[in-house]
Design a protein around this ligand. Structure first.
Ligand code: SF4
Length: 208
């Protein structure tokens, strides 16, 4: 693999070919926010909060730092007006789904995002895919999955697998940036529990 020389926030950075901008930035201590990134998972580019500005072949583009590979001569800026504006809007959209997420609220302060800008659609999930991908790529269990498309897209635990695999695992819980996963899991747990009678038994005297 050859070495690539690029510039990130004015610093000259040397990285191996195939490295992403996010990895190269981290290697020199430049912090870029992420929500769907995990060291054990294949980059997914779902949340786009890692958006940065990059000059490639004379063109300036906004790119996802977690997906974009480094190139010789690439000039990257991680905090510009455009970058901050893009992150602000992304956060405002996510906060419509998960208005109480501490992680989102902390980032909202940094980028001046208004958590009430968009109408609330609180399903608590920002579709980062961390739980789904971790269960697939690391645990190889596929106990949690995405269903539906577009606005209806959500995560569900697959009861048949979850009942076997999740009780002693739960490694995906702390990965969730919105805490949605716990709620979803407990819902599944509740659905799988034997129904509890809501009234006392009539002990064979039910006709009265
Ligand atoms: S439940 Fe949490 S970890 Fe799973 S996709 Fe939604 S936000 Fe991400």
């Amino acid at each position: 693999m050859s070495e690539i020389v690029l510039q990130i926030d004015g610093k000259e950075v040397t990285a191996q070919e195939g490295t992403t901008i996010l990895e190269a930035a981290r290697s020199v201590g430049v912090a870029i926010p992420t929500l769907c990134d995990h060291e054990k998972l294949i980059p997914y580019g779902a949340c786009r909060i890692c958006t940065v500005e990059a000059d490639v072949h004379g063109k300036t583009n906004l790119v996802a730092a977690c997906l974009q590979p480094v190139e010789n001569g690439l000039v990257v800026r991680t905090r510009t007006e455009q970058v901050d504006q893009a992150r602000k809007i992304i956060l405002e959209q996510m906060l419509a789904h998960a208005p109480d997420s501490e992680q989102l609220l902390e980032l909202a302060q940094v980028y001046g995002a208004n958590k009430d800008r968009f109408a609330k659609e609180s399903n608590f999930c920002i579709l980062c895919g961390l739980c789904v991908r971790y269960c697939d790529e690391v645990k190889k269990k596929n106990a949690v999955a995405f269903i539906e498309r577009g606005a209806k897209r959500e995560i569900v635990f697959i009861p048949d697998i979850a009942i076997r695999e999740c009780w002693d695992c739960k490694e995906c819980f702390p990965l969730c940036p919105t805490s949605a996963l716990q709620a979803a899991y407990y819902l599944t747990e509740a659905l799988m529990s034997p129904p509890v009678p809501s009234t006392p038994s009539c002990k064979g005297n039910c006709s009265k």
